[in-house]
Design a protein around this ligand. Structure first.
Ligand SMILES: *[C@@H]1O[C@H](CO)[C@@H](O)[C@H](O)[C@H]1NC(C)=O
Ligand SMILES: *[C@@H]1O[C@H](CO)[C@@H](O)[C@H](O)[C@H]1NC(C)=O
Ligand SMILES: *[C@@H]1O[C@H](CO)[C@@H](O)[C@H](O)[C@H]1NC(C)=O
Ligand SMILES: *[C@@H]1O[C@H](CO)[C@@H](O)[C@H](O)[C@H]1NC(C)=O
Ligand SMILES: *[C@@H]1O[C@H](CO)[C@@H](O)[C@H](O)[C@H]1NC(C)=O
Ligand SMILES: *[C@@H]1O[C@H](CO)[C@@H](O)[C@H](O)[C@H]1NC(C)=O
Ligand SMILES: *[C@@H]1O[C@H](CO)[C@@H](O)[C@H](O)[C@H]1NC(C)=O
Length: 346
């Protein structure tokens, strides 16, 4: 860790001097780093505002109470992994695609094409699947919103957090065919990663699947006491295949594909909550008052049908599926102890 930091500061010093000398000559400010952009694809684990305001969830109270203080399109009380990764890269969180014509100047930090509820395949959600999200990106490149050099300096973040599997279980559910379905999800993910790479993005981060057997929707069966190993075994299958596929891609291309091991990071935080000032880690903060309601539900008189815990900053999970800002912060802190993120910096 420390030797890494030293290595970076040694590398950066001559670069900064170079930039500073350029600054004197030209007499105007240059950024300390070449401009970098973040492009985001996937689902609610990374979507920062693309879903519609009239739908349940991210645009309704009490979502966003911690950050920005009101509902703003994130499936959490506050910041998501996207926001932490942007900060790590020295950027503002990229603009949700939906707002590209409203605040076009903000497209300079990149763009967030992710839509909550989606998968690599069609799911029950009517929002664009990942193929269509990459089509939107392709369209913007054709419109010359981004140049080749923008793209080669960019980082892409790809999240496949389980909606394909939820949909499979809800519509088909054959346990026998599950391994084959996992293989097809990985195959489609690889097709997507290759498309993003061919568009010119050199660094592509893909999230490994989090321990689905530990999300409150599943652990509700045990009153939020224990993770379900049946689900986590399937997740391990997905993650191993993903790892193999990405290893192969790295051998075949000149791009850097990086798997973020969310499984281990979630487990590390869930197993050692107190080191992150978290309590009762499997218990969600915001829940419906009964099973027909969920976090954010109101009745026809606009009366709340959910409860929010006293202090979201000590909960890992926000609702039945999504971490709190504190949860993501802890996962991000844990990921920084691995080598994965270091490869994204210059
Ligand atoms: C993604 O959605 C598009 C448009 O709805 C559809 O044509 C395509 O088949 C879907 N792709 C996958 C891989 O399911
Ligand atoms: C995905 O859904 C779109 C409509 O949203 C439909 O046109 C398309 O055929 C579907 N594709 C697949 C592979 O199911
Ligand atoms: C359901 O399973 C069958 C047989 O494995 C497969 O052909 C079909 O595509 C599956 N449907 C969905 C929605 O996954
Ligand atoms: C996806 O599966 C198809 C058919 O099995 C195969 O031809 C193709 O090479 C696979 N693609 C990737 C990227 O693994
Ligand atoms: C885990 O989930 C499966 C599928 O829903 C269920 O059959 C099993 O009883 C659960 N196991 C535990 C320990 O809760
Ligand atoms: C795959 O897993 C192995 C063992 O956990 C790890 O060392 C390697 O870095 C992983 N590869 C990728 C591409 O993440
Ligand atoms: C990788 O880069 C080398 C040198 O720039 C080039 O010769 C080679 O064709 C590239 N390979 C691929 C798969 O892009």
């Amino acid at each position: 860790m420390d030797s890494h930091k030293q290595f970076f500061s040694l590398l950066c010093l001559p670069l900064m001097l170079l930039l500073l000398s350029g600054l004197q000559v030209e007499g105007r400010l240059h950024p300390a780093y070449p401009s970098k952009k973040l492009f985001v694809f996937g689902d609610s684990y990374v979507d920062t505002g693309n879903t519609r305001k009239d739908q349940p969830g991210s645009w309704k109270q009490p979502y966003g109470i911690t950050f920005p203080g009101k509902p703003a399109g994130r499936f959490s009380d506050g910041r998501l992994f996207t926001d932490f990764l942007a900060k790590y890269l020295g950027l503002k969180s990229p603009l949700p695609y939906k707002f590209r014509n409203v605040i076009p100047q903000n497209s300079k930090y990149g763009m967030n094409f992710a839509f909550g509820g989606t998968g690599v395949f069609n799911t029950s959600s009517s929002y664009p699947n990942m193929t269509t999200q990459i089509d939107f990106f392709t369209q913007l490149i054709q419109e010359k919103v981004y140049t080749a050099s923008d793209l080669s300096n960019a980082v892409a973040l790809v999240s496949v957090a389980g909606n394909d599997y939820n949909h499979y279980l809800a519509t088909n559910g054959s346990a026998q065919a599950f391994p084959a379905f996992i293989a097809s999800v990985i195959n489609q993910t690889a097709i997507n990663l290759i498309r993003i790479q061919k568009l010119g993005v050199k660094k592509i981060v893909v999230d490994g699947l989090q321990p689905l057997g530990c999300v409150p929707q599943i652990t509700a069966a045990s009153s939020f006491q224990q993770c379900n190993s049946t689900f986590n075994t399937l997740v391990a299958l997905h993650n191993n295949l993903l790892n193999q596929t990405v290893t192969k891609l790295n051998q075949e291309t000149n791009s850097t594909f990086i798997v973020l091991n969310l499984f281990d990071s979630f487990m590390s935080v869930l197993n050692h909550p107190s080191s992150h000032n978290l309590k009762d880690p499997l218990k969600p903060c915001c829940v419906g008052i009964s099973s027909q309601y969920s976090c954010g539900s109101v009745d026809e008189h606009n009366v709340k049908k959910y409860t929010v815990c006293e202090n979201p900053k000590t909960s890992f999970f926000w609702d039945l599926l999504h971490p709190t800002q504190a949860g993501w912060d802890a996962v991000y802190t844990n990921l920084q102890t691995t080598n994965a993120l270091h490869q994204l910096r210059y």
